[in-house]
Design a protein around this ligand. Structure first.
Ligand SMILES: CC(C)(COP(=O)(O)OP(=O)(O)OC[C@H]1O[C@@H](n2cnc3c(N)ncnc32)[C@H](O)[C@@H]1OP(=O)(O)O)[C@@H](O)C(=O)NCCC(=O)NCCS
Length: 169
């Protein structure tokens, strides 16, 4: 297994993994998504993938025998989008590992590579991640790569409560 930076030749497989990630997030939400789950998953996945293609988001891939089995994404804010997401904040927006490959340190490796990328950008001021309450693996992973919980929480559009984790670059 190796960790690499995103390359467009992996777009198809990344699309599938991102779709699984988005679907898992929507299914644990309280949104009424019974009509058109697939439509929503595709719309969000396409948006996320486009941001990577445009260079707006960073993305790392875990690749096994030339097949991506996991990804992590982050976004560097270049304007003041909100009180929390302001210029120089890097938001760790997603990390996902194929179900059959979990528990082997791949999530940690993906996030660590993203941290290196974020650190190497002179615009980076701080790293933030929102973890949904009850997502034990997500929280353990963020703690393991040096993020610590802040007092900030927000109510997600999906009805979930998210805690903001923070780390210095
Ligand atoms: C979160 C996720 C990416 C972790 O990937 P992974 O490759 O299994 O993680 P790692 O093996 O690197 O382990 C990271 C931490 O999670 C813990 N962990 C892994 N699987 C776990 C499980 N089933 N239950 C509890 N903790 C678990 C590990 O023990 C480790 O913590 P530790 O070092 O303190 O022991 C993966 O579970 C996933 O894709 N989940 C669905 C998407 C998601 O929720 N993403 C996170 C959004 S914040």
């Amino acid at each position: 297994m190796e960790i690499i930076n995103y390359h467009p030749r992996f777009k198809g497989r990344l699309y599938s993994l991102m779709g699984e990630f988005v679907e898992s997030q929507l299914l644990t939400s309280r949104l009424n998504i019974n009509d058109g789950l697939a439509v929503q998953v595709n719309a969000i996945t396409e948006f996320n993938l486009r941001n990577i293609g445009l260079g707006l988001d960073w993305c790392t891939l875990a690749v096994e025998e030339d097949v991506p089995i996991g990804f992590a994404t982050a976004h560097l804010y270049r304007n003041n989008a909100s009180k929390l997401m302001s210029i120089g904040v890097v938001e760790f927006s997603g990390v996902y590992v194929d179900l059959t490959c979990r528990g082997k340190g791949i999530g940690v490796s993906l996030d660590k590579r993203l941290i290196e990328i974020a650190k190497s950008d002179p615009q980076t001021r701080k790293l933030l991640a929102a973890v949904k309450e009850g997502n034990v693996c997500g929280e353990k992973l963020k703690r393991r790569v040096g993020f610590r919980p802040t007092r900030n929480t927000y109510n997600g559009e999906d009805g979930g409560i998210y805690r903001i984790f923070q780390r210095r670059p």
